[in-house]
Design a protein around this ligand. Structure first.
Ligand code: GLU
Length: 529
């Protein structure tokens, strides 16, 4: 059977890198296997799923080259009739019931199957005892077992389980009297014909069952049925709930593998049951580790750029972001880090997705982006820089010859296009001086003397080249007793106002004689006394 996977985002206007990484892994898996990669827009939250939000999602996917098959994408809202039909089917089969939950209108609730053995992966674990608080009566009905547990302080603690979670249930009082036994009453209870309220109980005794599935990333996953409750699948206003819509759409789209964030692990157990009850084989599941910050907490906007649009706006290249995100939680099994899309497709496999959470490292992404920028053809780089620079007041209508020289000098150094903002000193008469930097670099008397001696010495250099500058500046430093090389950073601060950049002599060559001399002479770099 050919592989069919999907990316099923809920469009909210911002696409988080964790979400898009799920899309990338699905895409890589599909392309590696020669299967289909589908897009399903889970747009049932009508307040947040605006046309703009959907447009943003599609733009971001296109920008990253995440082409999907079987266009147009499936919009979840268009499938409402199928979701409701599935709910009717579950009701008719006895796998769901209507419940008013004390409110207006009736919700449809999916019943964890009492005959859970028909769900693959469900096993009997053995007998178990659960203490319950005697102040809260135990209730047994077709909607499950209601009880309060006992907290560490001895007070009632919220509890309760689906009926399927309490197979062979017996309820006992403190003196050991059996207040209730489920044996023989299952059918009548499930039909809703009988229900029980049992005051004074202190202990439940039942056969624990668990549901297990083998996650393609996380391995064997288990959940006891007594930790589950029946779940609403159609709200009382008639709208289908995520669990139902998600599963029905996966059935409709013939999805074979679900690869998504591990915040959905808990849902998966119920989803498997829904698949089976709806007569479909559950797909294989792989849950991706979370992306975290340096402190190990979920990576969010507070930690820095977190949405794909942020990275695009800052001038990251899509290929670099794509490459970096593949390495966030996956590795090719060797030490390759910079990989082309074709190499990634070839190397991708789910069994090398790591189990532990993946730490976002912006510096690493930035360096990788720098490598991709360095590979851009010169003309492409020039056009992108010009476009970026035109966003600044001082960056419009720049002299093309000068801009080309700057681009040549800076190409191998630029890591993100947003950083062209730091190039202002190439284009204006006087740069903005960083007072702290100048105070640090230009405070020494010998350094100040050397800088003051430079205008006279540099004036005669013709042509004003890096090689000639290097020689004259070294001599000027020596003459004022400044150690070799120790004048370079003060000189950079004095002429560019900045502490970083390309080699200082090459930089001065591009800035040119006239501006270099004017800046040195104006002494705006001199620390204020
Ligand atoms: N809309 C859900 C989400 O974005 C989909 C989860 C899934 O992939 O099944 O979290």
């Amino acid at each position: 059977m050919s592989v069919r996977v999907r990316f099923a985002p809920s469009p909210t206007g911002h696409v988080h890198i964790g979400n898009i990484r799920a899309a990338i892994f699905n895409w890589l898996f599909a392309r590696h296997e020669g299967g289909a990669f589908l897009l399903r827009v889970e747009d049932t939250d009508l307040e947040r799923s605006t046309p703009e939000a959907i447009a943003t999602l599609l733009e971001v996917m296109e920008w990253l080259g995440l082409d999907f098959d079987e266009k147009p994408p499936l919009y979840q809202t268009s499938q409402r009739h199928r979701h409701l039909a599935a709910a009717e089917q579950l009701l008719a089969q006895g796998d769901a019931y209507r419940d008013s939950k004390g409110g207006e209108g009736e919700a449809v609730v999916f019943r964890i199957p009492f005959d859970a053995e028909r769900i693959p992966g469900v096993v009997n674990v053995g007998p178990i005892d659960v203490p319950v608080h005697p102040d809260v009566p135990v209730t047994v009905s077709d909607k499950g077992v209601g009880y309060a547990g006992v907290s560490a302080k001895g007070t009632p603690a919220p509890g309760g389980a689906c009926l399927a979670g309490c197979k062979d249930l017996q309820v006992f009082a403190a003196d050991g009297t059996c207040l209730f036994s489920l044996a023989g009453k299952e059918k009548a209870i499930l039909r809703g014909d009988e229900s029980f309220t049992l005051p004074g109980a202190t202990r439940l005794h039942f056969t624990r069952r668990t549901i297990m599935y083998r996650d393609l990333v996380k391995g064997e996953m288990n959940k006891p049925l007594d930790s589950m409750r029946d779940v609403v699948i159609v709200r009382s206003d008639g709208s289908p709930v995520f669990h139902l819509a998600n599963v029905v759409d996966d059935i409709t789209q013939g999805i074979t593998h679900i690869i998504r964030g591990d915040d959905h692990v808990e849902n998966t157990f119920r989803h498997i049951m829904l698949f089976v009850c709806l007569g479909a084989a559950p797909p294989a599941y792989g849950h991706l580790p979370m992306i975290v910050n340096a402190a190990g907490k979920p990576y969010s906007k507070r930690d820095g750029d977190a949405f794909v649009g942020d990275f695009r706006d800052r001038g990251f290249l899509p290929e670099a972001l794509f490459n970096y995100l593949t390495l966030l939680g996956w590795s090719p099994g060797d030490d390759r880090e910079k990989m082309t899309r074709a190499e990634l497709v070839k190397a991708f496999s789910l069994n090398r997705v790591q189990h532990a959470s993946a730490q976002m490292d912006i510096q690493k992404l930035t360096n990788l982006n720098g490598q991709y920028i360095a590979e851009l053809p010169e003309e492409d780089f020039f056009v992108r820089c010009r476009e970026r620079l035109s966003g600044f007041e001082w960056g419009r209508d720049l002299d093309e010859r000068l801009l080309r020289e700057v681009c040549l000098l800076m190409h191998s150094r630029l890591k993100v296009f947003a950083d062209v903002e730091q190039w202002q000193y190439f284009f204006v008469d006087f740069p903005e001086y960083d007072a702290k930097l100048c105070a640090k670099q230009c405070r020494d008397d010998a350094v100040i003397a050397a800088l003051r001696s430079l205008p006279a010495k540099l004036a005669s250099i013709e042509p004003f080249t890096a090689t000639a500058l290097e020689e004259v500046i070294a001599a000027a430093a020596a003459a004022t007793g400044v150690a070799p090389g120790k004048l370079n950073q003060p000189l950079r601060a004095a002429v560019t106002g900045s502490g970083i950049g390309a080699g200082i002599f090459e930089t001065l060559e591009v800035i040119g004689k006239e501006r270099t001399l004017a800046r040195l002479k104006a002494e705006q770099w001199l620390p204020q006394k």
